[in-house]
Design a protein around this ligand. Structure first.
Ligand code: RM4
Ligand code: MN
Ligand code: MN
Length: 423
């Protein structure tokens, strides 16, 4: 389903007068409102192909309807999101779930939907039908060289798919680890993983990046071989300048200070980017900003501060992606909420009075520092985000548009009860 931009335009007209009144107020109220809107209008967050279908848990999966069944459908769904919010102009593919049959046709489709291909993802956390060797006891860490080689070859194949689509990065997330004390020799598992990653790194085109994603636990419950940012950074540093640490918000132990982790990774020039989601207990994959919006702002505050300190381009120099999968929501509605939450946090970070915060920090004025952050967070920036959408020709109120125009019902009509492939 391809959205007609005139429909969006028509829809916006009804909300325009009220929006203009708010924008006129906020552009006088907020000192750098215009600059913030310009930054927001340039910002894009990639959508992972596996977030477009209803996810499941190990207890079951309650599929939705009208879900995308093919890569083409998935791209159309992201195209829909991008038309609605003007900030979802990239899709991230997972191999082997999304192997294109005709690269040229896929590239043309991407161009027609105004989409780019974000990082490609490898999958050595499942066994695929017909796969000769099993990943039950790990992939890049495996005690058997042949299993490691199979996993290396898969990652190189993923890079080759990505090259043909114009991706510029591969994300390696490993489920490797152990479930019981004594199962693994930690040092050997690390060394095997490092050597395997080195073989993958050697196959990287010179303008590519390799993202090493860490996760504290699950599916292994005693040790994870890339378990935290320290281990990921060890690999990234040993691999070389094209390797970076990728932060997935849900991959930390509860209460981890993610904003501090981000700040130091940026300082070292080793932050790859983000997988956004939110969590209450673990890797819950809840909607970003739905549980801890203040933490999301604090993270963005460090991101903007650190990127500006290094003269980095906010939109291009880090990888921004959502990584979530839901059981109880329409995935497209959820993704609209996700992008909105990210844009709000980014707007708040841009709004933060950096000079005043520096002064407060230099004077040990704890109260002033806290006031600056909390006043910023309590400022309503929704109108700025809407204004950025309007300038991009997107919908002033994406979710309302989606519901009023009955987009899901239309998708069900077009696709029937199809269920997304992937997770
Ligand atoms: C994992 C991890 C990866 C993604 C898979 C589907 O939990 O976050 O980024 O490849 O899920
Ligand atoms: Mn992730
Ligand atoms: Mn995850």
């Amino acid at each position: 389903m391809i959205l007609d931009k005139n429909q969006i335009h028509h829809f916006n007209e009804k909300a325009l007068a009220s929006h203009q009144a708010k924008w006129n107020y906020y552009k006088n109220e907020i000192p750098n409102a215009e600059a913030i809107v310009q930054n927001l209008a340039k910002f894009n967050v990639a959508i992972p192909s596996w977030a477009l279908g209803t996810g499941g848990t190990r207890f079951g999966r309650f599929s939705g309807s009208g879900e995308p069944a093919s890569l083409e459908d998935k791209m159309e769904d992201v195209g829909l999101l991008h038309a609605l919010n003007g900030a979802s102009g990239a899709i991230s593919l997972h191999i082997p779930w999304d192997i294109p049959s005709d690269y040229e046709a896929i590239q043309q489709k991407a161009a027609s939907l105004n989409l780019k291909f974000d990082a490609v993802n490898s999958n050595t956390f499942q066994d695929q039908p017909g796969q000769p060797l099993s990943y039950k006891f790990g992939s890049l860490q495996h005690v058997n060289t042949a299993v490691r080689q199979q996993a290396i070859d898969h990652n190189i194949e993923v890079i080759n798919h990505g090259v043909k689509l114009g991706s510029k990065a591969i994300t390696v997330w490993l489920s490797d680890g152990s479930c019981f004390p004594g199962q693994l020799n930690f040092r050997k598992a690390f060394q095997n993983t490092l050597e395997s990653l080195q073989a993958i790194y050697a196959a990287l085109p010179s303008d590519w990046k390799l993202f090493v994603e860490y996760k504290a636990f699950e599916p292994n419950f005693y040790s994870m071989t890339v378990g935290d940012w320290g281990q990921s950074l060890l690999y990234a540093n040993k691999l070389g300048p094209q390797a970076y640490t990728l932060v997935d918000l849900g991959h930390h132990l509860p209460n981890a200070n993610i904003e501090q982790i981000v700040s130091l990774l940026l300082m070292e020039g080793k932050l790859a980017g983000f997988h956004f989601n939110d969590s209450k207990y673990g890797d819950d994959d809840l909607t970003v900003g739905s549980i801890k919006p203040y933490q999301l702002y604090l993270i963005f505050n460090e991101l903007v501060e650190g990127m500006d300190a290094r003269g980095m381009d906010h939109n291009h120099d880090l990888g921004w992606m959502i990584d979530a999968s839901h059981n109880v929501k329409d995935p497209l509605e959820d993704l609209l909420q996700s992008v909105e939450a990210i844009m709000l946090a980014y707007a708040h970070a841009l709004l933060t009075d950096r000079a005043a915060l520096n002064t407060a920090q230099d004077n040990n004025d704890v109260v002033a520092a806290q006031e600056i952050l909390q006043n910023t967070f309590r400022t309503d920036v929704r109108t700025l985000v809407a204004e950025a959408r309007l300038r991009n020709g997107a919908a002033l109120q994406p979710l309302q548009f989606y519901r009023q125009q009955q987009v899901r019902q239309q998708l069900i009509k077009d696709r029937g009860n199809s269920k997304a492939s992937g997770l």
